[in-house]
Ligand binder design. Structure first.
Ligand SMILES: [Zn+2]
Length: 456
């Protein structure tokens, strides 16, 4: 079966519109509105589910179809979040950001793309399987959460901490599918997100000796140190940071680009030359190759001094650091100290929280397995010659909480191949966020087909 009933698709659009209209802007989230919408939707179909309140007006939902074999691996639709980021300037939008209107084959509104269309299609695929009395070998679990956009401590992380028994991974191997995959990057090549980089934000603090600004010679100036540190770090990141080509290799192999280029990009020794060469011609692509090949350090805020005629006694430099899967905080500190050379003895390193309140380590799931093959077959039901291109993402998702518990987690949905890549990148968290009905239909199919491929 490759396409589901029209009626089912219509119901999915309607559910998606309602989730947008529920306006679960985080903070504060108030996700219970959407959790109740989904609970009612399931109840109307005769499906039981459990709701777990993590805080006032905040909740998470689990529904499941138990597997025939309690030991067989299971599948989780999720963790899929119903919260959305705020709309800063609604007047810039062409349509009401919380209207959920369908216009020219697209559903408009904040969260349509990130990631309410996945929530709606996973709920509906689950419903369809339930109505068909699908008997999976392993458990099929629907897992809808709050609070992804602010770090997950009242959503996926909270559920894993307090209600992990609902999610099956303690007893058997589980696989999860969530946001950020399924985009066609070249003909018949669909990206599946297999992992993500970690995020660490740090502040470097430097001290100096105050004195008169009229006599700067040989002065001990904190601003001078902070700016020198910014230069040292950038230089280290580009020239001395250890290069890891695993993720590039996976990417270029999946892309099927020619052997010579593949060899050049996959070589730790040659990559710096490629980046230099490419940097002048194709900045965007060289940025991606650079960030997938190493821990990156970006010095983004510098502050210091108190008065124009006083030599600065204090200065600080804030860093956005993105680590590769497997690298931890000690690795970060090691590289910072190494990069800072003579400044490493006097720097004070202070950990800070990101806007989302997180510091996370990078995580990755296997790029080859029975499950990955099942994802491929599910895509091939709609695109016969499709291949999967494994890629790690530079941003954090709830998938990391599952990977830490040995649940293989993937960013997996199925976008209308006609959607321009730029649209997908710019609309999430952006102005005029919307999703095409075709993407909704394809994703609904792909989740339904994945359950059949993996659990039948
Ligand atoms: Zn998201």
């Amino acid at each position: 079966m490759s396409s589901l009933d029209e009626k089912f698709n219509e119901e999915t659009y309607d559910l998606l519109s309602r989730l947008i209209q529920n306006k679960c802007i985080n903070p504060p989230g108030d996700e219970m509105r959407s959790i109740r919408t989904i609970e009612d939707f399931l109840k109307n179909k005769g499906i039981d589910c459990k709701v777990f309140e993590s805080n006032k007006n905040r909740g998470n939902l689990v529904a499941s179809i138990p597997g025939i074999d309690p030991k067989a691996p299971g599948l989780i639709f999720g963790p899929s979040h119903v919260d959305v980021v705020p709309v800063t300037k609604p007047e810039d939008w062409k349509e009401d950001p919380f209207g959920g209107a369908i216009i020219n084959g697209e559903i408009w509104g904040r969260g349509a793309l990130d990631m309410l269309f996945i929530v709606a299609t996973q709920v509906q695929a689950f419903t369809k399987l339930h109505e068909e009395k699908f008997k999976p070998i392993g458990d099929l679990i629907l897992f809808i959460v709050a609070d992804e956009e602010a770090g997950g401590s009242e959503g996926a992380e909270w559920m894993i901490k307090y209600h992990s028994s609902e999610l099956g991974f303690a007893e058997r191997k589980m696989f999860a599918v969530t946001e950020a995959g399924g985009i066609q990057i070249s003909k018949n090549k669909f990206v599946v997100i297999t992992g993500e980089k970690g995020v660490t934000w740090l502040t470097l603090k430097f001290k100096g000796t105050p004195g008169h600004g009229s006599s700067p010679y040989l002065s001990d100036n904190a601003v001078h140190k902070a700016s020198k540190a910014a230069l040292y770090l950038t230089d280290y990141c580009d020239k001395k940071m250890p290069i890891e080509t695993t993720y590039l290799k996976n990417l270029v192999k999946g892309l099927g680009i020619n052997f010579l280029l593949r060899f050049l990009i996959s070589s730790k020794r040659l990559l710096p030359f490629i980046l230099k060469f490419l940097g002048k011609r194709d900045k965007e692509r060289s940025k991606i190759l650079h960030s997938l090949s190493r821990m990156t350090i970006s010095p983004n805020i510098i502050q210091g001094g108190t008065k124009t005629n006083i030599i600065a006694s204090e200065a600080s430099l804030e860093l956005d650091i993105r680590t590769l899967p497997g690298q931890n905080y000690d690795d970060v500190v090691y590289h910072i100290k190494k990069a800072l050379k003579e400044l490493s003895d006097e720097v004070e390193i202070v950990k800070s929280l990101t806007d989302e309140g997180i510091t996370s380590i990078g995580t990755a799931s296997p790029i080859e397995s029975e499950f990955v093959s099942a994802m491929l077959r599910a895509v091939q039901r709609d695109f016969k010659d499709a291949c999967i291109v494994p890629m790690i993402a530079s941003g954090a998702t709830d998938g990391r909480f599952f990977r830490e518990k040995d649940v293989d987690s993937y960013g997996f949905s199925l976008f209308n191949p006609d959607t321009p890549l730029n649209d997908i990148v710019n609309l999430a968290h952006g102005v005029d966020e919307r999703i095409s009905l075709k993407t909704v239909d394809l994703s609904l199919n792909v989740y339904y087909n994945l359950a059949k491929e993996f659990l039948e």
